[in-house]
Design a protein around this ligand. Structure first.
Ligand code: ADP
Length: 285
């Protein structure tokens, strides 16, 4: 697998606050990495460092380029939608397409038009007349029509309704993703994207607390609905958390063997959201 992004010992300070601490992360072609953490965890700061938008310490390699020194060359290969992305209100959809065609050699205007044809965005409309969801769709049309190897999305569906959010991720898989590209997407709502992720990195207080493939994570963690007579035994195996709802206790375990807990209740696979809650709770203890 080709390495597209390699980050070593990334650190970022604002004043006396260390907001990103010693982050090491490698992203290969074909990976869709979810950078997941609560608000203020350091997700945007990581992405801004990766894109060469802010000063930081550490080594960053994106497609062979150092984003701080070779930003222009790097941006031929990388596209980005920021969490505060805006398009000028006076711009019409058609002019936005024409503009990108003029400035980006890898922008495929026909691909963008095809994408927009699937939406109810009028190509003659101005940005100021579009709903928030439509602006995001337009943004996505512009970005996905660029043949880049790396796509960076910072909370891309913030403020959108559930249907538009689902559509967004469907388009992402159908119209952009291929095995030779990678996507990094940040979110604090992992349940929305877990079905598309190949890899997950949990970040808390500026540090990575878990970074593994989605498959490895699902193998490693187990959710147990504990039968009442086995509560004490299950508790002695140090679950990451125990949750009691309507008399039924569910416990999340990290790394225990199936045979050690299978007689204590029903085992199921936790969602990434369950694991996120468990790992975050453990780290704050
Ligand atoms: P996230 O994207 O996970 O919500 P951020 O990366 O935006 O988190 O922020 C991480 C921390 O860095 C927060 O505590 C935030 O207040 C702080 N921070 C971000 N940008 C700045 C800045 N320009 N100046 C000072 N502190 C900042």
């Amino acid at each position: 697998m080709k390495t597209l992004i390699d980050i070593k010992n990334l650190n970022k300070r604002y004043g006396d606050k260390n907001v990103v601490k010693n982050i090491n992360l490698t992203v290969h072609a074909g990976q869709i990495l979810g950078l997941v953490g609560p608000n203020g965890a350091g997700k945007t700061t990581c992405l801004q460092s990766l894109l060469g938008l802010i000063e930081c310490e550490g080594t960053i390699d994106v497609m062979g380029f150092d984003p701080r020194k070779q930003r222009q060359q790097m941006l031929e290969e990388v596209t980005y939608i920021s969490d505060v992305a805006v398009l000028p209100k006076w711009l019409s959809v058609n002019r936005a397409l024409a503009y990108l065609q003029g400035v980006h050699s890898r922008f495929d205007i026909e691909k963008a038009r095809e994408f927009l044809a699937k939406t109810n965005i009028d190509p003659k409309a101005k940005v100021k007349t579009l709903s928030k969801g439509m602006v995001t769709q337009l943004h996505l049309a512009l970005i996905l029509a660029i043949d880049a190897k790396v796509l960076v999305l910072d909370e891309p569906t913030l403020g959108l309704d559930i249907l538009t959010r689902r559509e967004f991720y469907t388009h992402l898989l159908e119209d952009f993703y291929s095995e030779d590209k990678c996507i990094i997407v940040t979110t604090h709502q992992i349940e929305e994207i877990e079905h598309i992720l190949t890899d997950v990195a949990f970040i808390q207080n500026g540090s990575l607390v878990l970074a593994e493939s989605a498959e490895e994570i699902r193998e490693r963690f187990k959710l147990l609905s504990v039968t009442p007579e086995h509560l004490e035994h299950a508790q002695s195996l140090s679950p990451l958390y125990a949750n009691k709802v309507m008399g039924l206790t569910t416990m999340l375990f990290d790394g225990v063997k199936r045979e050690d807990i299978e007689n204590l209740g029903n085992i199921s696979s936790p969602s990434l959201a369950d694991i996120f809650v468990g790992v975050m709770a453990k780290e704050t203890c």
